[in-house]
Design a protein around this ligand. Structure first.
Ligand SMILES: NC(=O)c1ccc[n+]([C@@H]2O[C@H](COP(=O)([O-])OP(=O)(O)OC[C@H]3O[C@@H](n4cnc5c(N)ncnc54)[C@H](O)[C@@H]3O)[C@@H](O)[C@H]2O)c1
Length: 256
């Protein structure tokens, strides 16, 4: 088991890739705290994991709120008895473009994608120092590596997360804390429609998805489990000399 004895926190953990991470990290021997805004979905996840013989800690938090972003890390640390791994996975697509920008929507996107990552890192580093090191994993996107015509604000935010990753990798190396970021391509989770179907028109969403997939050499969507496996590797001691890396999980989308 690759995470035996590790204390791991995953945010945005009640759905999609975060949820796949909870299941995988548990199977690999970690003690897991799942953080999410959706208390009902967290309770359902905890119930399902119990049926599979696992106990998880849950922390309800709106990570777009400064107090919640900070509290969630400290509450998770208290429940787990420390933190070795944080997969700070929260993010949202945000506004479609810059014309007629809704500043409230813009602020919400920057806050959840960037500020919550910054605040999570700021809180968790002390806990990791106490454990003698750790692995901090962020979630950006292929849109944090190349531009996105569908989501320019999101792309700007995810480029910031990649910059944060590389900078904190330098800053925390002496603490034996590795900092990396997973960069998924368009993934088959509930969030997908936030990128392809903002208008709510299913035909337009299908056309946008088909258009995006023509640029994916492997020709398909990313699966949640594939991103969870990348996070598992970065969390584990198998990646003990890997830091400052932005890892695409994208079927070759950014290889061109
Ligand atoms: N789905 C994609 O196509 C895709 C591609 C690349 C990157 N990403 C990134 O992956 C991450 C999540 O994507 P997913 O596909 O797993 O999403 P998802 O829609 O399956 O799950 C998102 C989770 O985040 C939670 N959440 C939303 N707002 C929150 C808040 N304010 N505080 C705490 N939790 C909150 C939701 O309750 C939900 O459980 C984001 O950072 C996103 O930018 C997604």
């Amino acid at each position: 088991m690759r995470l035996a004895g590790k204390l791991a926190v995953i945010t945005a953990a009640a759905s999609g890739m975060g949820r796949a991470g909870v299941e995988l990290f548990l199977r690999e021997g970690a003690k897991v705290a799942a953080v999410d805004i959706n208390a009902g979905a967290l309770a359902d996840l905890a119930g399902l994991m119990k049926q599979q013989g696992h106990t998880i800690e849950t922390v309800q938090a709106d990570l777009s709120r400064t107090e919640d972003a900070r509290r969630s890390i400290n509450e998770a640390a208290a429940k787990l008895g420390g933190i070795d791994v944080l997969w700070a996975h929260a993010g949202i697509p945000g506004p479609a473009s810059v014309e007629g920008l809704d500043l409230v929507e813009y602020d919400r996107a920057i806050t959840l994608n960037v500020t919550s990552a910054v605040l999570g890192a700021g809180e968790v580093i002390g806990h990791m120092r106490k454990r003698g090191g750790g692995s901090l994993i962020f979630t950006a996107s292929v849109s944090g590596l190349v531009g996105s015509m569908f989501s320019p604000i999101y792309s700007a935010a995810k480029f910031a997360v990649v910059g944060l990753t590389k900078s904190l990798a330098l800053r925390f190396a002496a603490d034996n804390v590795r900092v990396n970021v997973v960069c998924p391509g368009l993934a088959d989770t509930p969030m997908k429609s936030g990128f392809t179907g903002r208008s709510g028109d299913p035909a337009e969403a299908a056309a946008n998805q088909a258009r995006l997939l023509t640029n994916v050499p492997m020709g398909r969507l990313c699966k949640a489990e594939e991103v969870a496996h990348a996070a598992l590797w970065l969390a584990s001691d198998d990646a003990s000399f890997v830091t400052g890396v932005a890892l695409p999980i994208d079927g070759g989308f950014t290889a061109r």
